[in-house]
Design a protein around this ligand. Structure first.
Ligand SMILES: Nc1ncnc2c1ncn2[C@@H]1O[C@H](COP(=O)(O)OP(=O)(O)OP(=O)(O)O)[C@@H](O)[C@H]1O
Ligand SMILES: O=C(O)[C@H](O)[C@@H](O)[C@H](O)[C@H](O)CO
Length: 183
């Protein structure tokens, strides 16, 4: 039997399109969860790291945290991608650390119906993962600044909270069940 098409998957799941930003600090599992969701649901996927200006990647690679000014053009590109997905009307998943409330507001600007999926993982587990991870520009030495910069989303923000310490398959199942329940 051939692979299920994206539209067949959507019908099978019975889910309306949603516009998700999978957020959290480096190493929390954004790419793992977002790619899993996009594949399972047949939704469009964008790796937020791929939208960083090269100077940002260079800065992080050399162990220097980004500033608000560094992040501004990147967040603008993330917002533009999200807006294009909303206009096209298909489900979409973006990875973006979205560490501060102001960044999340920038992503949601112009009334975009964005929802954040915040993956929360303990500092100890994050440090172990980043030490183990190979072939990624983000050094483990930037973890303290990531954690210090994070403003955990408030209850007044559109956020779905998940634990990054469960197996990714479990997190995916929990999220899909949540979407099915919410309609
Ligand atoms: N739930 C999990 N349990 C254990 N390991 C995980 C889990 N989720 C992700 N990982 C592993 O942790 C590392 C970081 O995951 P991932 O790259 O998805 O995080 P990220 O938030 O996208 O990171 P970054 O923002 O730095 O790109 C990877 O090696 C991944 O395989
Ligand atoms: O806002 C930031 O400081 C950055 O987006 C970082 O979070 C990295 O891009 C990402 O986590 C990759 O490791």
């Amino acid at each position: 039997m051939g692979a299920m098409t994206a539209s067949a998957a959507r019908v099978k799941m019975g889910l309306e399109p949603r516009f998700l930003v999978v957020m959290g600090v480096s190493g929390t599992g954004k790419t793992t969860i977002a790619t899993g969701l996009a594949t399972r649901l047949g939704w469009h996927f964008q790796e937020g790291d791929a939208l960083h200006p090269p100077a940002n990647v260079e800065k992080m690679s050399t162990g220097r945290p980004l500033t608000d000014a560094d992040r501004a053009p990147w967040l603008a590109l993330c917002h533009d991608w999200l807006r294009a997905q909303v206009e096209a009307g298909h489900g979409a998943v973006l990875t973006c650390s979205a560490l501060k409330r102001a960044y999340r507001e920038q992503l949601r600007a112009n009334g975009l119906p964005i929802e954040f999926v915040h993956i929360d993982t303990s500092a100890t587990e994050l440090a172990a993962r980043l030490e183990r991870r190979e072939g990624h520009f983000m050094p483990a030495s930037l973890l303290p600044s990531q954690l210090a910069t994070l403003e955990v989303p408030g209850d007044d923000e559109p956020v779905i909270r998940v634990s990054g310490e469960k197996h990714p398959d479990v997190v995916l199942e929990d999220l899909i069940r949540h979407f099915q329940t919410e309609g």
